[in-house]
Design a protein around this ligand. Structure first.
Ligand code: KG4
Ligand code: ZN
Length: 327
């Protein structure tokens, strides 16, 4: 098929999404398949690492096959394999990493190990509207909340991070307290539309520099919910969701604006699962948001990042290990 050059095949298994994508060197997405395990983990109220690893094992090959089929491609069209190396759940990461190593080795292809957070930033570099660095970036996901200065496609400087929970984690824990199930960010987003955001004054922790803290907010919601009986909670649930969401959004917006001031960079971009939040999107009208389909975990963003990372020729990559925490 490809008359415009070979494709990158990327695999992403860092948490509870099994994803594969085919992307051109120019950043055009040929296919992007995401198989979410959310329903599987919902009954536990969060991701169970061992369950996630086992499910990735079952899904990774069919998801890659589906990505090839949707792109109308075969492995002959692939000249590079990319894979998320970390941070994430190590067991989950190892499934994707082992699969990618085996595939690259069998096909005698180079492998590109990609940092998951670099991947979220690189969701902005894809066609048809790639964002050119430099810019300031707010990365808010289930596992991370950071303020970054993106100097170049492969050069990202961290200016601030969360001292406790990530913004997405705050959404998920809040949703759980409100009885909305897992994952909760989108559920709070929907319910908040029917609520009064001024009903409750939830505190937004002020910490030094460009760091964040969300754990106090979660405790404040816990106390508010504990004071209500079931009927009252039913009546106030939308107000609680709206007020809680407002507090998280305020914290994120304040840091995004400070990032612009401190860095002198004139543009701010927002990536990661929480970038899908509708109130955040309207609270930062001047910001560039990752396309909705690329906010939550996917492999197209991993392929995108891989375009700017040196590939490792065989057999050098066989010894690569996964890592759990941000480097
Ligand atoms: O980037 P992502 O898929 O996974 C990580 O790398 O962590 O982000 C998932 C997070 C979850 O915490 C989920 O609740 C949150 O993104 N999320 C949202 C929305 N959609 C997803 N949070 C707020 N509003 C949304 N609409
Ligand atoms: Zn992510």
């Amino acid at each position: 098929m490809t008359d415009d050059g070979a494709l990158l095949l990327a695999v992403e298994t860092s948490c509870d999404e099994t994803a594969a994508a085919l992307v051109t060197r120019d950043g055009a997405i040929r296919s992007s398949i995401v198989s979410s395990q959310a329903a599987l983990h919902a009954r536990y109220g969060g991701v169970v690492p061992e369950v996630a690893s086992r499910r990735h094992l079952e899904l990774v090959a069919p998801v890659v096959e589906e990505a090839l089929a949707e792109a109308g491609a075969t492995l002959d069209d692939v000249d590079t394999v990319a894979v998320t190396q970390g941070p994430g759940l190590v067991g989950a990461l190892l499934v994707g990493l082992s699969f990618a190593k085996a595939l690259a080795w069998a096909r005698e292809l180079p492998l590109v190990p990609v940092d998951h957070l670099h991947g979220h930033v690189a969701s902005l570099f894809l066609a048809p509207d790639p964002l050119e660095p430099p810019f300031a970036c707010l990365l808010a996901s289930g596992g991370h909340t950071q303020v970054l200065a993106v100097r170049d496609h492969d050069r990202v400087e961290r200016l601030g991070t969360t001292l406790d929970d990530a913004a997405g984690e705050a959404f998920d824990k809040g949703a759980r307290l409100l009885g909305l199930g897992y994952p909760g960010g989108a559920a709070i987003d929907r319910l908040a539309a029917d609520g009064d955001a001024d009903a409750y004054a939830f505190p937004v922790a002020r910490v030094a520099g460009l760091d964040f803290s969300f754990s106090g907010l979660k405790t404040a919601l816990l106390y508010a919910v504990r004071d209500l009986d079931e009927a009252e909670l039913d009546r106030r649930r939308a107000d609680l969701a709206a007020s809680y969401q407002r507090a998280i959004v305020h914290a994120l917006v304040a840091r995004a604006e400070e990032a612009i001031e401190r860095t002198g960079l004139d543009r701010i971009a927002v990536v990661g699962g929480v970038a899908a939040n509708s109130e955040l999107r309207s609270a930062l009208p001047g910001a560039v948001f990752a396309p909705l389909a690329l906010c939550t975990d996917n492999a197209a963003m991993i392929a995108s990042a891989a375009r700017f990372v040196p590939s490792v020729p065989p057999p050098g990559y066989l010894g690569l290990d996964a890592y759990s925490s941000a480097t």
